[in-house]
Design a protein around this ligand. Structure first.
Ligand SMILES: [Zn+2]
Length: 475
């Protein structure tokens, strides 16, 4: 009895110490605000507008080279110096621009995709209008991610105009199949491999200057994507001899699939835990949040076991940062209302986290499937990406560039639950940074792949300056 009391007192004392420490540690505030530079904004917005007006929707398994060659004509017109001075390679619509530097031991790659997702539904401005109104540029691709492509091409255009020669080799690359997970980026990477290029830093889309990255953490933050989860599908099938629905047998295919789903929902085999990068993300943001936030995330070592339990309950997004997720996405049964299926199927979409990677996660699902006599087929599975070392010189270099271009903007590592083209560069680069130097507020989060995509034009001068500084600081 005495021992229990003693332990309780000890726990209380530790929590009290954490509360006092939090009270004594001053809270921080992100004071950075987007700047106004109307002249440059207008000039860049007009270029981006032209790029948006040329529709570049990618379609899976279709040869769309001609369409993208047309888009390259637009680029040629908008960025004449890039086309005059850089060595351009075109691979089935995918692009590599090579800008020879004084040295080649630390090549830099700036990249972004040319293609966009289809635009359905009713839009406030036509999706391929490229309308510029009230310091906003409207249309599919304005935020995802023709803004980055425009900005790095413009950065090089301006540096060329000044007669600048980069210290290190620079490559600008752009695939035209990112949105359909097509072969574009692998073609680019293969070509770079053939040339023996080992990039020091690759900078792709992913994180961004995000407004309120987590509920309650006000202001803007440069969220630098350093870890990307893997992805895959498991097609789970249940078979039977069919039969008539007027005398249904027990354990018919759909009943077994239902029991299987229920089992996973109730006793998830996926383990929740903080990756190093997830922990760094929360603890970096902690001082900017409300008191409870500062208390919990500012004393991670103490509260981690509790956070692992409560975060997934509070929000699915937070939960997705802690474990491999399983989403049930497609189902099939018989074709007739009164026919029992001979085969029923269910598709599981998984996103793999390092502490429980592809093999371990798929095996866990297989074990449960076996209990219900189900078959499992893997479709297009690939594992998580090796995280970028947030203590590396390459990461520090990007951090320094952000500090220089966006003073007072806090920099924070970011864990990505979605996929990017950058993963293909993993085999040739240790620092694949996922960061678009533009402001993504709630409207952009909703608009990407959704209705009414737009970008605030105030994002553009900073984005151009960011890519310039990336080139200038890489020596
Ligand atoms: Zn994108």
């Amino acid at each position: 009895m005495k021992i229990i009391l003693l332990i309780l007192l000890l726990i209380l004392a530790v929590i009290l110490a954490a509360v006092i420490k939090t009270c004594l540690t001053p809270a921080k505030q992100s004071v950075w605000q987007p700047k106004e530079d109307l002249q440059r904004e207008q000039m860049y917005a007009e270029k981006l507008s032209e790029m948006v007006r040329y529709e570049t929707v990618s379609v899976p398994d279709e040869d769309q080279r001609e369409k993208f060659l047309g888009f390259h004509k637009v680029l040629e017109k908008l960025f004449p110096l890039v086309h005059e001075h850089l060595e351009k390679t075109e691979l089935d619509g995918n692009l590599i621009f090579y800008w020879k530097g004084k040295r080649s031991d630390k090549p830099l790659i700036l990249m972004g995709h040319q293609d966009v997702v289809p635009a359905e539904g009713e839009w406030l401005h036509e999706p391929f209008s490229g309308d510029i109104e009230d310091r906003k540029i409207w249309g599919r691709g304005s935020a995802d991610t023709k803004c980055s492509v425009m900005s790095f091409l413009q950065a090089v255009e301006e540096l060329l105009k000044e007669g600048y020669v980069p210290e290190q080799d620079v490559y600008l690359t752009s695939s035209c199949t990112e949105e359909v997970g097509g072969p574009g980026c692998p073609k680019i990477v293969n070509e770079l491999k053939r040339r023996g290029v080992r990039p020091y830093i690759v900078c792709d889309e992913g994180g961004a200057i995000v407004q309120e990255p987590i509920g309650g953490v006000k202001g803007y933050y440069a969220m630098i994507g350093v870890l990307e989860k893997g992805q895959g599908n498991l097609l789970v099938s249940a078979r039977s001899n069919g039969g008539h629905s007027s005398y249904p047998p027990k354990n018919s295919p759909i009943a077994r699939l239902a029991a299987f789903v229920n089992d996973i929902e109730k006793h998830s085999p996926m383990k929740a835990s903080f990756e190093k990068e997830t922990e760094a993300m929360f603890s970096t943001l902690a001082p900017y949040g409300p008191f409870v936030y500062r208390l919990l995330f500012g004393n991670m070592r103490l509260f981690k076991p509790l956070l692992v339990k409560i975060l997934p309950m509070i929000s699915p997004q937070a939960g997705a940062l802690l474990k491999t997720t399983v989403a049930f996405t497609m189902q099939s049964g018989s074709d007739g209302r009164n026919v029992l299926p001979q085969k029923a199927t269910l598709n599981l979409n998984l996103r793999y986290i390092p502490h429980q990677g592809m093999k371990e996660s798929n095996d866990a699902i297989r074990r449960i499937a076996a209990k219900y006599d189900l078959e499992v087929e893997e479709i297009g599975c690939y594992d998580y990406c090796e995280p970028v070392d947030i203590h590396s010189a390459a990461y520090a270099q990007v951090e320094q560039v952000v500090n220089e271009v966006f003073p007072d903007l806090p920099v924070c590592p970011y864990v990505m639950t979605g996929g990017t083209d950058a993963r293909f560069y993993q085999e040739i680069c240790d620092a694949c940074i996922r960061f678009s130097p533009v402001v993504y507020g709630p409207a952009q989060m909703k608009g990407m792949h959704g209705l009414n995509e737009y970008l605030d034009t105030y994002s553009l001068p900073g984005a151009v300056d960011f890519y310039k500084a990336m080139i200038l600081r890489n020596h």
